[in-house]
Design a protein around this ligand. Structure first.
Ligand SMILES: [Ca+2]
Ligand SMILES: [Ca+2]
Length: 158
């Protein structure tokens, strides 16, 4: 009986063989997958991840870029057929929106401003107003007033 008990339990022993498989994952931007795909690339990073990088400078002021980009990325664990084997792949959409930066100087409409004034123009009198434009969306067109330069020194006190 003891023999049978031992034999039964010996047969219950399950031998587990752990095969360590090194999975190499690769990522890529899917060619032609959407708007702006050619501006980005995925480069290998740590721990089976990839880092999305820009290949060209981005510019919010470029009308073709202002609405952003949308394209697909793929990951594959490189089954036997590589990128051809759907069960070893996944994909995701990436949407990129640009935030405007104040990276352009404001501009006057002209570089020469001519004024003709009577010599008895009162101090502090508004002489003219000018509008400058700025293509950055972070600021609206700004108005400037040219005032008599003595106003700030006298400050209205005699
Ligand atoms: Ca600006
Ligand atoms: Ca800008």
């Amino acid at each position: 009986m003891g023999y049978h008990y031992q034999l039964k339990h010996l047969m219950d022993v399950v031998v587990v063989v752990v095969v360590m498989v090194t999975v190499v994952m690769v990522l890529q931007v899917v060619s032609g997958s959407g708007y702006g795909w050619e501006r980005f690339a995925v480069v290998p990073a740590m721990n089976h991840s990839g880092a999305l990088q820009t290949l060209n400078p981005l510019d919010y002021e470029d009308p073709s870029q202002r609405r952003g980009f949308k394209f697909k990325i793929q990951v594959s664990d490189q089954g036997e057929a590589g990128w051809q084997e759907a069960r070893h792949m996944d994909s995701a959409w990436v949407r990129v929106l640009l935030l405007d930066d104040n990276d352009n100087a404001p501009r006057f409409a002209t570089n020469l401003i001519n004024l003709t004034l009577p010599e008895d123009t009162p101090l502090g009198h508004s002489l003219a107003s000018f509008t400058a434009t700025d293509i950055d969306q972070v600021s609206d067109a700004s108005k400037f007033q040219l005032l008599d330069c003595n106003m700030s020194h006298n400050n209205g006190v005699k």
